[in-house]
Design a binder for this molecule. Structure first.
Ligand code: ZN
Length: 278
């Protein structure tokens, strides 16, 4: 009988730990991960909690924005009931990461929206997010599938549905792991514009970019500016599927940048562009 894997030894690399966990729970194949099987294998309890009401007065004031927690002594993962289903999945995997990563030895982890987000700053949160993404996308399985299909929004939609991940995190993962030169530009609606003058069209400035290693090596790591107004208007007019994208050729990053093929799409929150060399 195999001894249950409780925590990683310090000499086990995180990606090795990911594949051991997937293997031990019979999930080392393509398709969506089931966090419940990981929790059960690790003998962790899972509890959905309304953090605002149920935990007010119990948690320290500075934990007011907490959305998920891991208590080592209680062997408990709790996740805020206000999170949507995909965030519950990711937050659960994030707490599992704190539990198994050998250097994460606090008795209690309280993780807020910033720590659970793509732009987390604290080392432990960054490590836990990376580990959670590796579990969510099944290590190399997602990467192999992404490489076998064209670089397109249709591919992003197909694998996002298959892995039960958000379109944005799937797009980011595809770009980060891809050997081909490709970049993702994420544009968010400018929050103040409609307050100032609601007759003006919304403006969608670039929030962040991520690019494959080969794209960054040959071109640039980020662009500035806004999503083209007429494309933003068409994408957000309503009733449009995420994969119903708009493809254009356009110059990026000024005179030295060159012309690129950009496939624009909208996930009902942000406008995103998938950029490939023109
Ligand atoms: Zn955390």
């Amino acid at each position: 009988m195999n001894a249950p894997l409780v925590r990683g030894a310090p000499d086990i690399a995180p990606h090795e730990l990911v594949s051991r966990l997937l293997h031990a729970t019979a999930q080392d194949q393509s398709g969506a991960v089931d966090p419940a099987r990981l929790l059960s294998f690790l003998r962790l309890e899972f509890l959905p909690v309304d953090f605002d009401t149920a935990l007010r007065g119990v948690l320290p004031v500075e934990a007011g924005n907490a959305r998920a927690l891991l208590s080592f002594p209680d062997r408990l993962v709790a996740v805020d009931t206000r999170l949507d289903q995909k965030r519950v999945r990711f937050s659960t995997l994030h707490e599992i990461a704190h539990y198994v990563l050998p250097e994460h030895r606090h008795a209690l982890y309280l993780c807020d929206a910033d720590g659970l987000g793509f732009r987390a700053r604290l080392d432990f949160e960054v490590q836990a997010n990376r580990f959670a993404a590796d579990l969510l996308f099944k290590g190399h399985h997602f990467t192999l599938e992404a490489h076998a299909a064209p670089v397109s929004v249709a591919t992003i939609k197909a694998v996002a549905l298959k892995y039960e991940a958000s379109f944005e995190s799937t797009a980011r993962r595809l770009v980060e792991k891809h050997h081909a030169p490709v970049m993702l530009v994420v544009c968010g609606r400018h929050p103040d514009r409609s307050v100032i003058d609601s007759s003006q069209p919304a403006v969608w400035p670039v929030k962040y970019c991520c690019a494959s290693a080969s794209f960054k090596a040959r071109w640039f790591a980020r662009v500035q500016g806004e999503a083209p107004a007429e494309i933003a208007a068409a994408l957000t007019a309503g009733g449009r599927d995420v994969a119903d994208s708009i493809q254009v050729e356009m110059p990026l990053a000024g005179d030295g940048g060159g012309v690129f093929g950009v496939e624009w799409f909208y996930n009902q929150y942000d406008i995103m562009g998938l950029v490939v060399p023109g």
